[in-house]
Design a protein around this ligand. Sequence first.
Ligand SMILES: NC(=O)c1ccc[n+]([C@@H]2O[C@H](COP(=O)([O-])OP(=O)(O)OC[C@H]3O[C@@H](n4cnc5c(N)ncnc54)[C@H](O)[C@@H]3O)[C@@H](O)[C@H]2O)c1
Length: 440
Amino acid sequence: MSKICVIGTGYVGLVTGTCFADLGNEVTCLDIDKERIGDLEAGKMPIYEPGLEQLVKQNVAADRLFFSTDYNEALTGAEYAFIAVGTPSGSDGEADLAYVRSAAEAIADHVGESILVINKSTVPVGTGDWVANVINRRRNGNPLQFSVVSNPEFLREGSAINDFMNPDRVVLGSVDRTAAEMVAKLYQPLRCNIMITDLRTAEMIKYASNAFLATRISFINEIANICEELGADVREVARGMGLDKRIGYHFLDAGLGWGGSCFPKDVKALEHMAVLHGTQPQLLQAVMEINRNQRRRAVMQLRKALKSLNDKTIGVLGIAFKPNTDDIRDAAAIEIIHMLQNEGAHVRAYDPQAMENASRVLKHVTLCENPYQVAENADALVLATEWNEFKQLDFAKLKATMKQPVILDGRNLWDSEILKKQGFTYMGIGRGDLTLKENR
Ligand SMILES: NC(=O)c1ccc[n+]([C@@H]2O[C@H](COP(=O)([O-])OP(=O)(O)OC[C@H]3O[C@@H](n4cnc5c(N)ncnc54)[C@H](O)[C@@H]3O)[C@@H](O)[C@H]2O)c1
């Protein structure tokens, strides 16, 4: 059993802390957000993540998981301090390290003699060395025995617990091999691949992985747009490609593009690092531009179908950036809603889990309680997030309440033939069979 402090109780920190507690360690999850810690102490989850509430409760009851806003309390006796705070985009696309800095300074202020500092936040290459400097400067001659280990996180929101407990790999980077091996011990019960590298390589593995996944999505979206013009069906194209073992089928779903708390800021930050160091990240730039265009294209399709968007009512199904999360950071729905509003449209929207977050961000949007309310008097419906509960809607009921039966299926979720038979004007993504072929 090890004593662990996890700094930051967001999607990554709370899952990390809870899972390490479940593996038998004593964990204190610390956050500067008093409301968040108060909620957690009262058994209320600050985020929606399937299975998390139950796991937190079990480990709190077993006296292995604790919450605190007090660095002194959380770090006393801790052998490991995981930094899992946010690293949002700064004004030039760089990763903003302000939260990481304050976490590192707090470690310097509150640890007695020794600690292992583990960076779980996604941070620019070189940040591990920078964190060590921040700590050393802050100690101001009062020596602290510590090493910094980079341990990038690859979990996905919506399946975070399973991803943490069954990782494809754990990456650990450090200039101090013994320190990396100490962190590896925490992961040994998972019996997974553990890769030990130098610090900078570990930091880069995270950025390169996210950028590659975003690239695959932008690639298939570009193919989708070509399919649409040439009369091919991108879903079948992706399936045909994916059966090739060299390609595989993951992250080849055409749609409204990638979003969320990671891909947008991480691709931007990698591009920023590249430009800063004199290289030309043309592919990354194209990947981002294709993604922006995917949202614009959806709005253009709607404008075309409805002649103008001014004064039209558009219903949006799904606000979270993907199903099974309440996270709306950089969600396609949010961007599309803003574009629709800029063109004078009235927007109605619903999401199974993200309504509370949406209400904080969306202005002048009618937030509804279910998909059927969204459809009331709508000139068009847009499917922005492919939640399970949207898979089998009563389309006759939807159509009966809509002003115009127009659907933009932004995630290629529905059977176009069935919807067309029911009298809908159906638009998918990259479904050229439905547009050009018919007009020939
Ligand atoms: N969300 C994901 O799916 C995911 C996946 C992999 C990696 N990451 C990376 O992990 C990091 C955390 O992401 P997240 O989504 O969990 O963030 P988040 O915004 O959900 O949570 C961050 C938490 O850190 C707290 N915090 C900020 N400064 C603090 C400080 N000085 N001391 C204590 N707490 C502090 C905030 O109050 C907040 O609760 C980011 O770098 C992100 O890129 C995220």
